[in-house]
Write a protein that binds this ligand. Structure first.
Ligand SMILES: Nc1ncnc2c1ncn2[C@@H]1O[C@H](COP(=O)(O)OP(=O)(O)OP(=O)(O)O)[C@@H](O)[C@H]1O
Length: 918
């Protein structure tokens, strides 16, 4: 028992050091919204500065400690001002990557200066153990614990009470509003970044006497510290502190009970994953990490150019290149494949995964086990391993994908650490170092890298091309459209019938399988299977910086990233015999990369695309019912007319939507209070009322965007209240949003297709090899014609004037041919003529197609003219329900909403409807 308590106390003191690091991460994040991956290396800088001042110059700790903290503060200040702040207009992903590159630059600089050796520094506190109830603990550990505890209290008080602390919280909650209050966001962010760096410095200086001054140990502290920061929601100082203590204690206790190496590192992370899964998507911390999304390519392939390039490369490999360049080609292609996996999950789907290299390792382990265990041919082992890794990715994705944004990034990092500790560094499980039974062969052709490096390089090149084609296919197909929709706006994706979770799960599993292919080719280049190099958690982080530099939204991005990867073409070109050359490359290359990302935040591939104008691929004549969705404005009309083969849109299935006793509350605010409504086929029902009356919330409750506290929603009498939004869309309920929520990265045509696509699951398989061009459905075509969107189909929504964008939003909902269409302020931003035309169109949808229309609108002229019935809400309650004429005369409605407006609107509603019907 004493042993367990002793370990717990030791764990608490280690945890308190972790807490200092984690608190620094939280401070920087609160101020800037960025996870500072260079945080660990700042602690290392402080530790070396302390060693220089104390052991080198002989200064006492009283002078050496402030000097070291000053070095940390300076490091943080320069990082923020020179690197992060200059990228204010880029995506949070690019800024996060810059902090990673800073890590590489500083690490290379420190290694050039100090080498990899460990240095010993004297503890500044007495180390004699104190004995309490038979438990011994070093005094320095107790003091460290007390310092960390005092600092967390200080931080909590300061950030809760001081003007600066409150300003930081205001900025974290709402940067735009706080800027409007006159708080300088730059000054707050810089100050917090510097304070965070000082905390990293304190941790470095306190840790140095315990673990020695060494680059890797201190730098890698960022990984468990991030986990602790996540427990605190990247916000709360006390929770972060407690999280760090929990990790410290768990790690210490696990070493006592589990002999298998790796579990001590892995178990705390599994705990974190569990906590985060339990919190799930409801844990809202700041915006998603990929807030401004990186640009994505179209996934177009030019077969002739590709064949020429691959043929040329094969000729060079087999006839011209010497061994160094053959190896460079192998490394470029193999790492390029692993980086390609990030294009799918991060580029296309917007989820920042930090476990891609772990999946690469898993794929290699599976292949190794199959080869050594069964002796099966390499060619068979590869696809089986890819399928195996796909399954592993899907299984791990089930809990991980309950999180998003920063949470997902850190959860995947935790997963990577667990895989690294338990599997990749553990030969007992991975089967590492087992000799292969036979030399590798493909179709009886020996390809082992030792005997035939050029053949192996050709295999890697072909594998890269195949993997690239798969990713390009996915991008061009329906699945790619689904991914981009989900990445752009999950709520809008659900509103067109997509299940975002399923799309993200597929992307995660597919990316795992792609990474596995790269991992297999990395490992089997060597005659002995080794899994503990190249697939560690930090490799995933660094790999991400290469692919972001190359262009994470483009197929060429990973190739360019692979060229820059250590051992790739660029380092081979620059390499000399000097042992320090790679470090210089990393240092200078890192600085250049930071500058480059400031100029080209979407990566080199996007930059190249601006300069290289390849001839456009010749489009095949559009067959009836098909279009690529990328046609030019002039050809669009033709494509549409040939697509008419799908037949004209007819009447939609008639369904009655009913809400009964719906109540929605947000904390103490009852936004909708016991409201009932009914929308029948062919009926236009207007929902009106003053701002804040609860109209949008009511639509949200009906469509499944929010959960009512009580009440029922039925469709033709069937309860649908427990269904998610996308399921209700399948049942026939469509909606548009007040704030448009279009898929801004897709053309108008693709916005409509995303809504009208058949919801088949088989495309998840077929799109990998053959992404068939999708047709406009009859419903989408009808929407195009009704809203006259033909000339705009190939434009991005952001290129259109506001009024037309609003029409695209409505057309997107109409394209799915819903039985009940819920529109939230469809006329907002339209001119009075456009608004009148819209009214006519809504009537046509009801009269000609049989749709039930529920329309929230402030344009009284519109609703009075087209609605069959009006429901008036005020403060969450229905105050009137009747025909427009009845409602207009209702004194309560006049008092609460209409006022004198009615005087000026003497249009006879029924006559207008009759005219429309004619
Ligand atoms: N997510 C939320 N959290 C807290 N309160 C909310 C939330 N959404 C809406 N509310 C509150 O619920 C009430 C009703 O808001 P809602 O947007 O439904 O009104 P509305 O009638 O649609 O207003 P408007 O015409 O301005 O769009 C308001 O007091 C609003 O502040």
């Amino acid at each position: 028992m004493n042993g367990a308590i002793q370990l717990a106390l030791v764990g608490m003191t280690s945890g308190s050091l972790l807490a200092l690091t984690a608190l620094g991460i939280v401070i920087a994040y609160r101020g800037s919204g960025i996870i500072n991956f260079s945080h660990g290396i700042v602690g290392t800088v402080a530790a070396f500065a302390y060693w220089e001042l104390n052991a080198g110059l002989g200064l006492s700790p009283v002078l050496a400690v402030p000097g070291a903290l000053l070095a940390a503060a300076l490091c943080g200040y320069l990082t923020y001002r020179l690197a992060i702040q200059r990228m204010a207009r880029t995506s949070a992903l690019s800024r996060t990557i810059v902090s990673l590159i800073v890590l590489v630059v500083v690490q290379s600089g420190l290694t050039l200066r100090y080498g990899a050796d460990e240095r010993i520094v004297q503890s500044m506190f007495p180390t004699d153990p104190v004995s309490l109830f038979g438990i011994h603990l070093g005094q320095n550990r107790i003091i460290t614990f007390l310092i960390a505890t005092a600092l967390v209290v200080l931080l909590t008080v300061c950030y809760g009470r001081t003007r600066f602390g409150l300003a930081t919280s205001a900025q974290a909650e709402n940067p735009i509003a706080s800027a409007a209050l006159g708080i300088s966001p730059v000054r707050i962010a810089t100050t917090n970044w510097v304070i965070g760096s000082v905390f990293a410095g304190i941790a470095g200086v306190l840790l140095a006497p315990i673990v020695g001054v060494q680059i890797v140990t201190l730098t890698h502290l960022i990984v468990p510290a991030l986990a602790a920061a996540l427990i605190g929601g990247l916000r709360s100082f006390p929770l972060t502190y407690l999280g760090a203590l929990l990790i410290g204690v768990t790690q210490a206790e696990v070493t006592r009970y589990v002999a298998t190496p790796g579990w001590a590192d892995a178990v705390p992370f599994l705990l974190i994953v569990l906590v985060m899964v339990w919190r799930g998507a409801g844990d809202r911390i700041r915006s998603a990490i990929v807030e401004r999304r990186p640009k994505v390519g179209a996934g177009q392939v030019r077969p002739l150019i590709l064949l020429a390039l691959v043929g040329g490369a094969i000729v060079l490999l087999t006839t011209v290149f010497g061994l160094p360049y053959v190896t460079a080609m192998t490394i470029t292609c193999t790492y390029g494949i692993i980086l390609l996996s990030s294009v799918v999950i991060t580029g296309y789907t917007g989820q920042l995964s930090l476990s891609q290299f772990s999946f690469a390792g898993i794929g290699a382990v599976l292949t190794g086990l199959l080869l050594t265990g069964t002796g099966m041919p390499f060619l068979l082992a590869i696809p089986l391993s890819l399928v195996g890794t796909f399954v592993v990715g899907a299984v791990l994705g089930v809990p991980l994908l309950r999180t998003r944004g920063v949470n997902f990034a850190v959860a995947t990092l935790g997963c990577a650490v667990a895989i690294q500790g338990v599997l990749l560094q553990n030969p007992a499980y991975s089967g590492a170092y087992t000799p292969l039974p036979n030399p590798l062969e493909l179709f009886g052709w020996r390809i082992d890298s030792l005997a035939h490096p050029e053949r192996w390089a050709v295999v890697c090149l072909v594998a890269f091309v195949l993997a690239g084609l798969v990713v390009a296919n996915v991008r061009r197909g329906r699945v790619g459209r689904r991914m981009i929709a989900v990445r752009t706006n999950e709520r809008a994706a659900e509103s067109v019938g997509l299940n975002p979770w399923r799309v993200r799960l597929y992307a995660f599993a597919l990316s795992a399988a792609i990474a596995a292919l790269g991992g297999i080719l990395v490992v089997f280049r060597q005659p002995t299977m080794v899994f503990e190099r190249g697939f560690l958690a930090f490799d995933s982080i660094l790999g991400l910086s290469y692919v972001v530099l190359g262009g994470i939204g483009y197929i060429a991005g990973p190739l360019l990233g692979g060229l820059g990867h250590p051992g790739g073409f660029i380092s081979t070109l620059l390499d000399s015999d000097s042992a320090t050359m790679p470090l210089w490359i990393a240092l200078v290359g890192g600085v250049l990369s930071i500058w480059y990302l400031q100029v080209r935040p979407d990566g080199a591939a996007e930059g190249l695309g601006r300069h290289i104008h390849l001839p456009r691929p010749r489009r095949r004549q559009a067959r009836a019912g098909t279009t690529t969705g990328t046609s030019t404005g002039t050809s669009t009309g033709t494509v549409i007319s040939t697509a008419m083969g799908t037949g004209p849109a007819g009447r939609v299935p008639e369904r009655v939507l009913e809400g009964e006793g719906l109540t929605v509350a947000f904390g103490g605010v009852v936004a909708v209070d016991d409201v009932s409504l009914r929308v029948g086929p062919g009926e236009v029902v207007g929902l009106i009322g003053p701002n804040g009356a609860g109209k949008t919330t009511l639509i949200d409750a009906i469509t499944g965007a929010t959960n009512p506290k009580s009440g029922t929603v039925t469709l033709d009498g069937r309860p649908i209240g427990s269904m998610r939004m996308y399921r209700r869309v399948h049942e026939g309920i469509g909606r548009s949003f007040q704030s448009l929520e279009l898929f801004d990265d897709m053309t108008v045509a693709d916005n409509l297709k995303a809504s009208a696509d058949a919801r088949s699951s088989s495309v998840y398989l077929t799109d990998l090899v053959w992404p068939r061009p999708t047709a406009f459905t009859a419903g989408a075509l009808a929407a195009v014609e009704l809203f006259e969107l033909g000339p705009d189909l190939d434009r991005l929504p952001t290129e259109l004037p506001y009024g037309r964008r609003r029409l695209v939003g409505i057309a997107r909902a109409v394209a799915a041919e819903p039985s009940v269409l819920c529109l939230d302020e469809p006329a907002a931003g339209l001119s009075s003529t456009e608004s009148a035309e819209l009214g006519t169109l809504l009537r046509r949808l009801a009269d000609e197609r049989g749709m039930g229309v529920l329309v929230v609108e402030h344009d009284m002229e519109l609703v009075m003219r087209v609605c069959d019935r009006l429901i008036v809400m005020e403060r969450g309650r229905v105050i009137a329900d009747g025909t427009p004429a009845e409602v207009r005369r209702d004194p309560r409605v006049i008092a609460a909403y209409l006022g004198d407006e009615t005087e000026s609107q003497e249009t006879e509603p029924t006559r207008e409807r009759e005219e429309v019907e004619q």
